[in-house]
Design a protein around this ligand. Structure first.
Ligand code: SF4
Length: 227
């Protein structure tokens, strides 16, 4: 006659006790995986109704460099991976130009669900999704956060106005250095932004190198302390 489930468990526990094992290790929930699951379950804004795949983010944790874009487009919605398609290919080239690759950076977005027809996310959608990004930033713990595009710059730094006036310097916020530059999609659309974007990335490359040598950003880098 086969033993009941509880009888089998009692027998197994007795066996462990006899073998001198009195404690079993408990695996703690991976916080990144926990947040990933929260995002998958989220219905906090209307965008969950039209999404195919939510795009959580990608990269090592922790990571000294975090890139933040606006939100998923059609390719990202299809694959669940950030920055695939033409914008992603351009981003890969930009990273290579500053001696980095995807495995060296964490890539996330302000919102995790694609807005219909790639429209700009509405303010209430950004407000509802940002708590996820703040938690991601805490987990990734980057030294440098690069806001790509005006939506990311406004959401991360609370700044209004044209992106052209936000870029060109670093913002020190709670011990991290934030930088604003153009979104790769904007560079694909508007040739005229490319020169300024390259200046931004060169500035980042110099700052990252200096930081690695000195453990802080030297005064030569224009830095605004925000909070
Ligand atoms: S965009 Fe963000 S807040 Fe809205 S449903 Fe998706 S995960 Fe939730």
């Amino acid at each position: 006659m086969s033993l009941s489930w509880s009888a089998q468990l009692s027998e197994f526990l007795r066996f462990l006790q006899d073998a001198g094992i009195t404690h079993l290790p408990v695996t703690e929930k991976d916080p990144v995986e926990g947040l990933f699951q929260e995002v998958q379950a989220c219905r906090a804004c209307r965008l969950h109704k039209t999404v195919t795949n939510k795009v959580f983010g990608q990269g090592p944790v922790p990571c000294p460099v975090m890139l933040v874009g606006e939100g998923p487009g059609a390719d990202e919605d299809r694959t669940g991976i950030p920055f695939v398609g033409r914008s992603g290919q351009l981003l890969d080239k930009i990273l290579a130009a500053v001696n980095l690759s995807r495995k060296d950076v964490y890539i996330g977005n302000v919102i995790k669900c694609r807005p219909p027809n790639n429209r700009t996310p509405l303010p209430d959608e950004v407000d509802r999704c940002m708590p996820f990004l703040w938690q991601q930033i805490d987990m990734v713990n980057p030294v440098f956060v690069i806001a790509m595009g005006a939506v990311a710059a406004r959401a991360l730094l609370g700044m209004e106005g044209a992106l052209g006036r936000m870029r060109g310097r670093f913002y020190r916020v709670k011990g991290r250095y934030y930088m604003v530059t153009y979104h790769p999609a904007a560079l694909l659309r508007y040739e005229r932004y490319k020169r300024a974007a390259w200046q931004d990335w060169k500035q980042f490359r110099a700052a990252f190198t200096a930081y690695k040598e000195k453990g802080e950003l030297p005064e030569a880098f224009d830095t605004n302390v925000l909070r």
